[in-house]
Write a protein that binds this ligand. Structure first.
Ligand code: PHE
Length: 501
């Protein structure tokens, strides 16, 4: 047999072969095939049409039933009929008299008058006037009443063709009087090709759609056929829970650094200016310390720092301590150093780590949130994440730093990386790291080797390679965004469509 038919298609075609000329309805096919579910017939019909064995017809029918207002009109009388009756029986037909009567509800008066006017009633100095040919109005209103009664009489509605066109058009434009229902009925006719299929080919086979343990334990499956899977069929996308893309990205970065032999560290959001800045040899009058960049806290406004530590920083800042540097000069303020703030970079974590482990060679990294008083725009957020890291070991050098960063970005999928000279108060040399994306160099972070003014007071004698990079900037590349805010607005449609990273 040239065409493959499934069981319902075979049975339906078998029935249809009994009459070449019949236009088969779903109902009749259900009865004769003994399929109770109409959907099976519709599905089989689609299959037969696709294979050229049947022709399908679709007949759309519109039925009309009464809406809320229509039901009300049938029990209480149509608005314009009530008004018309009142008009004929009242001696005073002024608007005022209508308003004080209870013939219709107040809010219906406006619409009611409009309806009467369209029938020929006029309004002269606030009096409603019945026109000469009132018989015509009587007739029109009678037609409207009969129309609604007819529609209301049938529960499942009246076929559109059986209704008066003008009256239907009149009522369908009025609110809630009528409701329409669409019904699609399908029929099929067998084709010559369909007639040619032999009765052998229409023999149904046992088809196994689901493989169960019970089935495999028996032997019935040995002679049965298995229903094939059609992997090309369209299917719905399962909407399951999944991590936020930022969380997935953090996990990916984490595993890359772990794989490269790094250990993860963490730290608090609340820090002192001392650890966030002074320990990093950022001068106390540095513009970045100003209120417009840093969120200083009112609680805790100040956090105590060990005297000895403050003394160390004082020496370094004022005249360079024993490092050979001349420092920044001026007078170091302990009050400034002890001010509470939200960390402005995660470099504070690595510096604190060095202070606790000054002579233990290490490779550590951390991914954390930082805070800066920035106005929000396409590329800036006041709260964002940094990917921070250090390598501390004897003999650590600049090429090692550049290679480490290149390796990281390569593992992220960005093999083209370059570094440019930059300036940070705490590193020398200092670098800016750039990654090529869609033909453009994008700046993703800073790096360098910590200055002796940073490491020596901490008691650390090996070189420390350090870097801090923006996570959201990287996320924009990975997710192809041109607006950083998209990451945090909880746009469900966007989140649903994000790939699992
Ligand atoms: N802390 C710097 C920043 O926030 C980045 C940096 C870290 C630079 C470590 C050099 C060394 O941009």
């Amino acid at each position: 047999m040239a065409v493959e038919l499934n069981n319902p298609e075979k049975r339906m075609l078998g029935v249809m072969q009994s009459n070449e000329n019949e236009d088969w309805t779903v109902q009749k096919l259900c009865n004769l095939t003994k399929f109770e579910d109409q959907a099976i017939i519709v599905g089989a019909g689609i299959g037969l049409v696709e294979k050229g064995l049947a022709i399908g017809f679709e007949n759309k029918k519109t039925f009309w039933t009464l809406g809320n207002e229509g039901i009300k009109a049938n029990s209480e009388g149509l608005l314009e009929i009530k008004l018309w009756e009142w008009l004929q029986s009242s001696s005073d037909t002024s608007m005022k008299s209508l308003q004080t009567s209870s013939v219709v509800e107040k809010h219906e008066i406006g619409i009611g008058i409009g309806l009467l006017k369209s029938l020929g009633v006029t309004l002269e100095s606030s009096n409603l006037i019945i026109p000469e040919d009132k018989v015509l109005i009587d007739e029109k209103l009678k037609d409207r009443r009969l129309f609604l009664e007819k529609v209301g009489f049938s529960e499942k509605g009246i076929l559109e063709e059986e209704l008066d066109n003008d009256l239907l058009n009149h009522f369908r434009n009025r609110k809630s009087l009528l409701i329409s229902l669409e019904e699609v009925s399908r029929t099929w006719k067998i084709t010559n090709e369909g007639m040619k299929i032999s009765s052998e080919d229409l023999e149904e086979k046992i088809m196994i759609a689901e493989i169960t343990p019970e089935l495999l334990q028996g032997s019935s499956w040995q002679n049965a056929e298995f229903k094939p899977y059609d992997v090309s069929l369209e299917s719905s996308t399962p909407l399951t829970g999944k991590p936020h893309p930022m969380q997935s990205l953090i996990e990916r970065i984490r595993s890359i650094f772990l794989e490269m032999g790094f250990t993860e560290i963490d730290g608090d959001y609340v820090q002192t200016a001392g650890w966030n800045m002074d320990a990093l040899f950022i001068p106390q009058d540095h513009p970045a310390r100003e209120m417009q960049d840093t969120f200083y806290l009112s609680n805790p406004e100040s956090i105590q720092i060990d005297e000895n530590r403050l003394e160390q920083w004082k020496k370094i800042h004022e005249h360079g301590g024993d490092t050979g540097s001349i420092g920044w000069g001026g007078e170091f303020s302990n009050d400034i150093a002890q001010r509470g703030l939200l960390r402005t970079h995660t470099t504070v974590n690595t510096v604190k780590y060095i202070s606790e482990n000054p002579n233990k060679p290490c490779r550590v990294f951390g991914i954390g949130r930082v805070f800066r008083n920035e106005s929000i725009d396409r590329t800036h957020l006041p709260e964002f994440h940094q990917i921070e890291g250090i390598i501390m070991e004897p003999g650590a050098n600049l090429p090692m730093l550049v290679t480490t960063l290149k390796t990281f970005y390569e593992k992220m999928g960005y093999p083209e990386v370059r570094v440019r000279p930059a300036y940070f108060p705490y590193t020398e040399p200092s670098l800016e790291v750039e990654v090529k994306w869609r033909g453009q160099w994008l700046e993703l972070g800073g790096a360098g080797i910590f200055r002796p003014e940073v490491t020596e007071p901490l008691g650390c004698s090996s070189p420390v390679l350090a870097w801090g990079m923006g996570l959201e900037r990287l996320a924009m590349l990975v997710l192809g965004l041109d607006d950083i805010r998209q990451l945090y607005i909880s746009d469900l449609e966007w989140l649903k469509s994000q790939p699992v990273l």
